[in-house]
Design a protein. Structure first.
Length: 197
């Protein structure tokens, strides 16, 4: 009969009080029949259950991380203007004419949280000269209406002189100042109601 060290698996004499290899206390270790290297192989062999569990955990974490990264793509990079309408109107106040140039639209793929996003609509004349811009630093209303596919004012300028507007450059920047949407929209001067002046 022999004693196998539970620490290193070394086979020791059945009367040994300490392991001959590592010095581990063998007083409480029971005697076993000599059966080859049973203790040594069981102690030093990898624990396959623990290894299998570790592989499963790593696989699950990997799948979750990949899914999170895949599902967390920044939709703001895919913002599109799916509906647009331009028009204008005029009115006179205290003898001063006012010309209003409007842009309505609906966005698709807006981020869930509009905080920190900025929108800018720059108006240009037929000779590509800059006229005026409209800026909005909190787009919650536009985001709300766009999610419901309802057109909403995206840009509006008012001037005291008439301009032949050719197009509007519409830009959206994210909270980091990165441009995530940039599109030119043609302005339809045929929808400019001049009856108010």
């Amino acid at each position: 009969m022999t004693k196998f060290c539970p620490e290193c698996g070394e086979e020791n004499e059945d009367v040994a009080l300490f392991c001959a290899k590592c010095g581990h206390d063998l007083k409480d270790v029971g005697q076993r029949m000599k059966s080859g290297n049973h203790a040594k192989t069981s102690r030093n062999a990898p624990n396959f259950k623990a290894l299998a569990a570790l592989v499963v955990i790593v696989a699950i974490v990997g799948i979750m991380a990949f899914s999170f990264i895949g599902n967390n793509t920044d939709d703001s990079q895919n913002i599109t203007l799916i509906k647009e309408n331009t028009y204008g109107f005029t009115f006179v106040n205290d003898g001063v004419p006012f010309y209003n140039y409007e842009l309505e639209g609906v966005f698709k793929n807006l981020p869930d949280d509009p905080k920190g996003y900025q929108m800018k609509a720059s108006y240009y004349g037929t000779d590509n000269n800059f006229i005026k811009s409209y800026e909005d630093d909190y787009l919650s209303t536009v985001f709300h209406f766009s999610k419901d596919s309802q057109p909403f004012t995206l840009g509006s300028i008012q001037t005291n002189e008439f301009y032949n507007v050719s197009h509007i450059q519409l830009e959206i920047t994210d909270p980091n100042g990165e441009l995530v949407f940039n599109e030119s929209v043609d302005f339809d001067m045929g929808k400019m109601d001049l009856s108010g002046v």
